[in-house]
Design a protein around this ligand. Structure first.
Ligand code: NAD
Length: 294
């Protein structure tokens, strides 16, 4: 048996087209152009690539993209001042401060300074609380993208056993809330979990968000299970070159799973597409108009 490969690039391309159609409707019907502001502090190479891709995708979808680059020695007060300015700017509907921030800046303070209505990353405590209590907030992009792919593959997930490996605030925990909302029976495993292999063997759905290359072994995957691999790990090959691998041992897992996301080309592309979608949602709520159907 060989698993179906869940094509994140194709999912993302479809979602981006939907978003572009929504933007076109908002412009024509309400003269509303959603705007996304991205703040990048410092010169971290990975962050620079993410921000460049985010800006390109924002503009391709017909939205306004605003980019704010700041030196790594910016003070926390100055950064908070910029966030305040963006909170008050009517052309900006979504604000994303690219993480990680330099060590002298308190990340939690910066995230919590973003207006919850404009927090398109969904990291603000108000949005975490709304997700946990079934309210209508903004949901973190990566786990929301994972759920969209799972729904696309499985449809109704009610009653399925879902095991999430990893309990971070940005992936594992919101993923657990989203799968509970889908009526899954959810287990969250983490670095202190005993017998991780046995826990994963019980899963109809496995979501790996650990950050350890190929931690989840292929032999742990129950036959026919659906596997979402969030991990992005760069490992060195024998020839000295590097390659990207996920948190799941793909070559073995593909022999057992019913469907699996590859790395790269799985979860990664969906994250940016969902960011655009969240910006449309935020713009509609701020303008008090209904989000166009897709
Ligand atoms: P994190 O470091 O914040 O959290 C990792 C989690 O894994 C922790 O909860 C920890 O308890 C758990 N863990 C660590 N070692 C473990 C072990 N041996 N057994 C079981 N659990 C263990 O990481 P994160 O921010 O959630 O990211 C996880 C991975 O997902 C990383 O590789 C990251 O690069 C990737 N990621 C990808 C995207 C994307 O767009 N594709 C977005 C966010 C994160």
């Amino acid at each position: 048996m060989s698993a179906d490969v869940i094509d994140g690039k194709a999912f993302a391309a479809g979602l981006k087209q939907d978003v572009a159609r929504q933007v076109a409707v908002l412009k024509e019907k309400y003269d509303l152009t959603p705007g996304l502001a991205v703040v990048l502090v410092g010169e971290d190479p990975a962050s620079q690539i993410y921000v460049r891709n985010k800006n390109k995708s924002t503009k391709e979808s017909g939205m306004n993209g605003f980019e704010y680059r700041r030196d790594p020695d910016i003070s926390e007060a100055e950064l908070l001042g910029l966030v305040k300015k963006l909170n008050e700017d009517p052309l900006v509907h979504g604000i994303l401060v690219q993480l990680p921030l330099p060590g002298h800046i308190n990340e939690a303070a910066v995230i919590d300074a973003i207006s919850p209505a404009k927090d398109v990353d969904g990291f603000h405590v108000i949005n975490s609380g709304l997700l946990a209590t079934g309210g209508q907030g903004l949901v973190p992009c990566t786990p929301l993208g994972c759920v969209m792919m799972l729904k696309g593959r499985l449809g109704n997930m009610s009653g399925l056993n879902a095991v999430i490996v990893g309990r971070s605030n940005i992936v594992g925990k919101p993923m657990a809330q989203l799968l509970l909302n889908e009526n899954c029976t959810v287990t969250v495993a983490h670095s202190r979990t005993r017998n991780l292999d046995a826990v994963v063997r019980g899963a109809d759905i496995v979501v790996a968000a650990v950050g350890v290359a190929e931690l989840v072994k292929g032999s742990w995957i129950r036959d026919g299970a659906t596997v979402i691999d969030v991990g992005i790990n760069r490992i060195e090959k024998a020839d000295g070159k590097t390659r990207l691998v996920g948190d799941v041992e793909y070559a073995e897992a593909v022999k057992h799973a019913g469907a699996i996301t590859p790395v790269p080309g799985g979860v990664g592309p969906m994250t940016i597409a969902v960011l655009l979608k969240n910006t449309v949602t935020a713009a509609c709520r701020q303008a008090g108009v209904e989000e166009p159907e897709i």
